[in-house]
Ligand binder design. Structure first.
Ligand SMILES: [Zn+2]
Ligand SMILES: [Zn+2]
Length: 354
């Protein structure tokens, strides 16, 4: 049996569990570690049974809880090499910092530590679980409301917001005077595996076809998973539907596809013009219209379930997305399946079992 459980979808965090009889893959880890664990357990999934984490791209809404979760569960993380590098740079901004700047940050860090000791509990040393979730803290620090100055429209951090937080993870014991193990490096992971877009590979008994998507990240990919004769596709975070994506999405039993925004709501909504332009661009997100156009056109109609995903909370309404997709599918008389589900930001969906 193949199973897909959408734990969360949207600009505040994305994560989906795809499993076969003996392999369980978490696709993206965009919530805090704690929330990911809670949602897995609530969905009846044992986090300890996870085989690996697979990352689509390095935007914060896809990697927020990644390092803490992977270390806690001691499981490997699969990236493309450019995505891994971009992620490591985000987590370790000091690698691009001059020595003088680093010294200045260390000084500020010590000052902050003296002023807010509660941020630096003594028990934190050496225990990655007790450390603040770096990305989560980062998110809190930079005020995550969609379209804010510090965070991109789908939660991606903008430059400048990272430096502040990096200090949280670089705490070293000075004041206490007793030796402690250094905390884990923010970018340290139990194991890293690389894959390449366009080159299928396997994790356990699940075959994975990663395909390139047009999106403003280092090397973003979507995935098609295949096991036991079933195919499950994830296609979110893409500015348009290029031919390679249309081809990848053929013959799927479950199609999770982005339906990010309603064009009018985006146009009239609160985002600054530059962010609107980014969302609308060829490397932004699919609108309800763009998704409907695909569903009424080149889509082959084979999916039992269509999951509309990455809905904007400000620039879309679930019912608008549903109406748009369902009316696009209606013209297709031969379709028996194609039940439309809406992925949620605030809760996991019921597992889809094939
Ligand atoms: Zn993204
Ligand atoms: Zn995203």
């Amino acid at each position: 049996m193949m199973k897909m459980t959408v734990l969360a979808s949207g600009s505040k965090g994305n994560s989906t569990l795809v499993s076969s009889g003996r392999t369980r893959i978490l696709v993206d880890a965009g919530l805090s570690c704690r929330e990911l664990l809670n949602r897995m357990r609530a969905a009846g999934e044992d986090p300890e049974a996870l085989t690996a984490v697979l990352i689509s791209h390095e935007h914060l809404d896809h990697i927020n809880g990644l390092s803490v979760l992977a270390r806690k569960l001691r499981i490997p993380v699969y990236f493309t090499e450019p995505t891994h590098r971009a992620w490591a740079r985000m987590m370790n901004p000091r690698t691009t910092m001059s020595y003088a700047k680093w010294m200045e940050m260390r000084r500020l860090e010590m000052e902050a530590k003296a002023q807010t000791p509660s941020l630096y509990p003594d028990s934190a040393g050496g225990d990655p679980d007790a450390l603040p979730d770096l990305a989560e803290a980062l998110q809190e620090d930079s005020s995550t409301s969609e379209g804010s100055a510090a965070v991109g429209s789908d939660g991606s951090p903008m430059e400048g917001s990272l430096d502040d937080l990096s200090s949280v993870s670089r705490e070293t014991p000075v004041a206490s005077g007793r030796p402690r193990k250094a905390p884990a490096e923010p970018a340290s992971l139990p194991a890293v595996e690389y894959f390449q877009a366009g080159s299928p590979f396997c994790i356990g008994d699940i075959a994975i076809n990663p395909y390139t998507i047009p999106h403003d990240a280092a090397d973003p990919v979507g995935f098609v998973f295949e096991a036991e004769g079933m195919r499950v596709a994830i296609a979110t975070d893409l500015g348009y539907m290029p031919q390679n994506v249309r081809l990848a999405l053929r013959r799927c039993d479950v199609l999770m596809i982005e339906s990010n925004h309603d064009l009018e709501m985006l146009r009239d909504g609160p985002y600054p013009w530059s962010v609107k332009q980014r969302v609308l661009s060829r490397v932004g997100h699919l609108s309800n219209n763009a998704t409907a156009e695909f569903l009424s056109g080149e889509y082959d109609g084979t999916a039992t379930y269509i999951v509309l995903a990455h809905l904007s909370e400000r620039n879309n309404l679930p019912e608008l997305a549903r109406l748009s997709a369902e009316s696009a599918l209606q013209g297709r008389a031969s379709l028996l399946g194609n039940r439309v589900l809406l992925a949620r930001q605030d809760a996991a969906l019921e597992p889809i079992c094939l």
